[in-house]
Design a protein around this ligand. Structure first.
Ligand code: FES
Ligand code: MG
Length: 604
């Protein structure tokens, strides 16, 4: 392989026709346009050494939306990369304004980082709308930082391009690859069985974070940055470059150059993020084994863009696509092999040849998706499979409905053969199973009662998590990947089916039905379940049903209403209260209901 080859795909066209019309920043900085105020707008930017001439030169002013900080550790390397972005902007004739976005750190933000996706979105919308910016480089990486940035770009609709911070280099435990996030789930099981002690647990998990960058597995970070590229909002080949590699900083430079050209060409998110581009993202998500958080975020971006995308689209367009990328959690490799094997363009090349992509969509480099990826097939078939010889067929999400909820999804490519054999009525086919449930009211209740012998769990139980949706656990917790109690793990029962109204970490390989909407706290029937109730899950029919009569359910509903409804923890901060008041359910992308009516705000 040749690393420079992938970089070559980053070369951009520089002969775009310059579109007429004044730059947006002239409303601030052009004295003809704004004789009364320009002096005031200019003077404060001069106080750190900018000159009046450069601000009034009519050159594009480009924002660099800095999402890295000491708090936002996954994105922290952007503090370095932004310097190269700035140099790219300068060399292409632009003026760079770097500013901070609301930090989001997936692993340490309590109660959950997803609570801040909409906060970062709102903050970024205000900045992009209110300041003299002609275009923006969105510095993305950790899970929610990417959708927050794309949602804001969609709402404001000024020229925008994403630059991922890049995955960490591979971690190792001995000779085995230690994928970030995944070592956490494995370590937790080893600790639960007593195989390792507390100190060893800490050391074990630490191996999953060997360098700067975001998670090196195909968790939500790798997924969302791959999908930003699949949408056409990041340079082809850019998503997979590991954070510390020199190509990452080279890519930062080219991205800075490119945004200036995009401003001259007036290439806006609405030109790129069309229905056809979203369809490509859905197809790509299956081929990479992408995170179950992807539908939430992609549907949210689409809603802010004004493009109709539903969970049925995910099932209809995505389910029958095969899994092509052999990367954890669905496969065995990590970010470095993903990059060295050609990254996303090599996967898109397979999908294109198979006729599964909308080839003629515009991307941020001014080329079509087809021009970017045709002929970019991999040189390493261990990592990226041929379309006709995949790791798994029908590897997408199924969209489930029924009497337990109106909507939930299941990622099928992480269902192991052992699990199918044990649970499915016909293991050769993805079909149906029944079981009785053990019900937990939020993650604290799960941790408290999981190993209690009084909790009725055997090797055929369905674990149910409720009170973990956007209202129940503000932001929706990543807690539906539940492991069996220690006593069953020690007997070799590695996993039980899980169902819940919360989310699941993208790094989890657990066979789970997730994002159930409406959640228990929003009046969903999950609130009516009790330990020992039976459920039927029929994946072929796309249904999950409670095997209890309507009368009994009505009686339980009346009882719950008398108690004042499903109990949720109190708000701890003003933001939690606002979030709970404004947000929609996971099936709707968890967007703020009233925010989606604001479209293309920079043009108004
Ligand atoms: Fe930030 Fe995984 S925790 S990328
Ligand atoms: Mg996560």
């Amino acid at each position: 392989h040749d690393l420079e080859k992938t970089l070559a795909t980053l070369k951009v066209d520089s002969d775009l026709p310059r579109k007429g019309g004044k730059l947006r920043s002239s409303r601030w900085f052009n004295i003809e346009d704004n004789p009364g105020m320009t002096a005031l707008y200019i003077e404060r930017y001069c106080n750190y050494g900018m000159t009046r001439d450069e601000l009034m030169s009519g050159k594009p002013v480009i924002g660099i939306a800095q999402s890295g900080s000491d708090i936002a550790a996954c994105n922290r390397h952007h503090l370095e990369l932004a310097k190269r972005v700035r140099e790219g902007i300068r060399s292409a004739g632009g003026i760079a304004f770097e500013f901070p976005t609301h930090p989001i750190q997936e692993t340490s933000r309590r109660p959950t980082a997803c609570l801040d996706r909409n906060l970062a979105y709102l903050g970024l919308v205000e900045i992009l709308h209110a300041y003299p910016l002609d275009g923006v480089v969105l510095l993305t990486g950790c899970d929610k930082t990417t959708p927050a940035a794309l949602m804001a770009a969609a709402t404001v609709n000024i020229p925008a391009i994403c630059l991922n911070v890049g995955p960490m280099i591979n971690g190792y435990l001995g000779n085995d690859r230690a994928g970030s996030g995944m070592v956490m789930w494995k370590g937790r099981e080893k600790y639960a069985t007593g195989e390792i002690d507390r100190q060893e647990f800490m050391d074990y998990v630490g191996k999953g974070a060997p360098s700067v960058g975001h998670c090196n597995t195909m968790g939500t970070a790798s997924t969302m940055n791959a999908l930003a590229e699949a949408l056409g909002m990041a340079l082809p080949g850019s998503a997979a470059i590991p954070a510390p590699y020199r190509e990452r900083a080279q890519c930062a430079y080219v991205t800075g150059e490119r945004i200036v050209e995009m401003v001259h060409a007036d290439r806006k998110p609405s030109d790129i993020m069309t229905r056809a581009a979203f369809e490509n993202a859905i197809v790509a998500n299956t081929a990479i084994g992408g995170s179950t958080n992807a539908p939430i975020h992609i549907n949210a971006i689409a809603k802010h863009m004004g493009v109709p995308i539903s969970l049925n689209d995910w099932d209809q367009l995505g389910f029958h696509i095969p899994l092509l990328l052999n990367m954890q959690p669905a496969g065995e490799f990590l970010g470095e092999e993903y990059y060295r094997s050609g990254g996303l363009p090599a996967i898109m090349a397979e999908l294109l040849e198979a006729g599964k992509l909308n080839a003629n969509v515009l991307t941020c480099n001014g080329q079509t998706m087809e021009a970017n990826v045709r002929g970019k097939q991999t040189w390493n078939r261990d990592v990226i499979k041929e379309y006709n010889n995949p790791l798994m067929t029908d590897a997408g999400f199924v969209h489930l409905q029924g009497s337990l909820f109106n909507s939930a999804i299941m990622k099928t490519c992480v269902i192991s053969p052992a699990f199918s054999k044990k649970f499915l009525e016909n293991p050769s086919d993805l079909n149906a199973f029944e079981g009785s449930v053990a019900v937990f009211d939020g993650p604290e209740d799960y941790h408290r009662r999981l190993d209690d012998p009084a909790t009725p769990i055997d090797d055929s139980t369905i674990l149910v998590m409720r009170g973990a949706g956007p209202l129940g656990y503000p932001g929706a917790a990543e807690v539906v990947n539940m492991h069996p109690p220690g006593r069953l793990l020690r007997q070799g029962v590695a996993s039980l089916p899980c169902i819940g109204d919360g989310r699941q970490s993208g790094t989890s390989g657990s066979p789970s039905i997730l994002n159930a909407s409406p959640e228990a706290a929003a009046g969903g029937n999950l609130a009516l379940l009790r330990d020992g109730d039976r459920l039927r899950v029929d994946l072929t029919k796309r249904r999950v049903d409670i095997l209890i009569g309507e009368e009994e359910l009505a009686r339980r509903r009346a009882e719950l209403q008398k108690k004042g409804g499903f109990a949720v923890p109190e708000n701890q901060t003003p933001w939690q209260e606002i979030f709970r008041r404004e947000t929609d359910q996971l099936s709707e992308g968890m967007v703020f209901r009233d925010a989606v009516k604001y479209q293309r705000v920079a043009q108004k």
